[in-house]
Write a protein that binds this ligand. Structure first.
Ligand code: ADP
Ligand code: MG
Length: 362
């Protein structure tokens, strides 16, 4: 077992509890099939644990990047996965191996792949609104759990939201905690989660859009802004419901403009057959500057209540879960549905919220 650093640099936690193995990964796992995915410094491959026959995903992370030792970043990724292990919607971590050049994370295998693929799928494989409600709830429950534990993901995009299975449609697994940070002080967390102003992506020094994000660059760009996790969820929901990207322009410049001006097409052309409540949910997440409104409407047990802006609170992930759309039974949705779909209750497949609210962002 290797010693783990216990230092913290700008929200990075490098104290990990998982035993970091130095025996050979290959002795215990067989690599199978082709690559599952790759980023700048990592490649993810499917593997099978020899002793159990269990399928897993092995994420091979390079320790040296651009001449810098990045072991601390990888330990941070491990620490965040450990902190979130009680949540069913965050990918499970099973094993960690270290070689002279790499750290290998052995993760729960999400066989359904990226939700992105299904967003752009042909009609009969595309998500129904009922599917999207269930998946959006799961994403929000995962994000709420992270926030309760003072963790911010910072890279929520369709490539980092996976499915346990595609057909039949399974459950969400949030992956890729490479940019995640632990925010210890409540005030710091408030600052990150509660900053309403949009910061244009080009101002923040993010890496250029990689080929992996080519098909959906606006989603990637907007989700890379650490201050706007709500926007990421709004964008994700938009893409899941319509198969289109809300901000995507003909050219990059137009896309940037659409993002910064929050130019979003809510027309019937795009939202044909989608309920008005769904559009309201997306609008509530994508609005430009919520504080500029004189009043705002919140759902309550006795119906929507309008409050003056002075009492406005930035919605937490938990509060987003209260939106009527996410609590609507399918029969009350405007979108046409098959009779047998109406019987199934979405709550059946969802466990109770996994942790009490700490009320961190008020
Ligand atoms: P990076 O930091 O390089 O973006 P990710 O953790 O996002 O690495 O993994 C890259 C890709 O590999 C993901 O977008 C996904 O397609 C695939 N992948 C990652 N983890 C898993 C997993 N547990 N099961 C199946 N596929 C995975
Ligand atoms: Mg990724």
């Amino acid at each position: 077992m290797l010693d783990s650093a216990v230092t913290s640099k700008s929200g990075m936690v490098t104290k990990v509890h998982t035993r970091i193995r130095t025996d050979l990964f290959k002795n215990n796992y067989d690599l199978v099939g082709k690559e599952l995915g790759r980023g700048k410094f990592a490649v993810v491959k499917k593997c099978v644990e020899k002793s159990t026959g269990q399928e897993r995903a092995a994420k091979f992370l390079r320790k040296r990047r651009k001449g810098q030792d990045c072991r601390g970043d990888i330990l941070n990724e491990i620490a965040v996965l450990e902190a979130a292990k009680a949540n069913p919607y965050v990918v499970g971590l099973h094993d960690v191996y270290e070689t002279s050049t790499e750290i290998i994370l052995v993760l729960e295998f999400a066989a359904g792949g990226e939700i992105f693929n299904q967003c752009v799928a042909d009609n009969d494989e595309a998500f129904t609104e009922k599917d999207v409600i269930r998946l959006a709830r799961q994403i929000l429950m995962g994000v709420a759990f992270l926030h309760w534990n003072n963790v911010v993901h910072l890279d929520l995009k369709p490539q980092n939201i996976l499915l346990t299975s595609a057909q039949p449609l399974g459950d969400i697994r949030i992956v890729d905690f490479g940019l995640s940070r632990c925010v210890d002080a409540t005030s710091e967390l408030r600052e990150i989660l509660g900053t309403p102003e949009y910061v244009a992506p080009e101002i923040l020094n993010y890496e250029p859009i990689s080929t992996a994000t080519d098909m959906c660059p606006d989603v990637a760009m907007s989700s890379r802004n650490p201050l706007v996790w709500r926007r990421s969820i709004g964008v994700l929901t938009y893409v899941m419901l319509t198969g289109e990207s809300p901000f995507l322009g003909e050219e990059k410049q137009e896309t940037f403009l659409n993002i910064s001006q929050v130019n979003v097409d809510y027309s019937q052309d795009v939202f044909h057959g989608v309920s008005a409540l769904a559009v309201d949910f997306i609008q509530s997440l994508l609005q430009k500057n919520p504080r500029s409104h004189k009043t705002f409407t919140v759902p309550s047990a006795s119906g929507p209540v309008t409050r003056p802006d002075s009492t406005r609170k930035r919605a937490t992930a938990e509060e987003c879960l209260d939106h009527p759309w996410l609590n609507t039974h399918l029969t009350s949705l405007a979108a046409p549905t098959m009779p047998d779909e109406q019987e199934a209750s979405q709550s059946e497949s969802e466990p109770e919220s996994p942790a009490p609210s700490l009320g961190l962002v008020s």
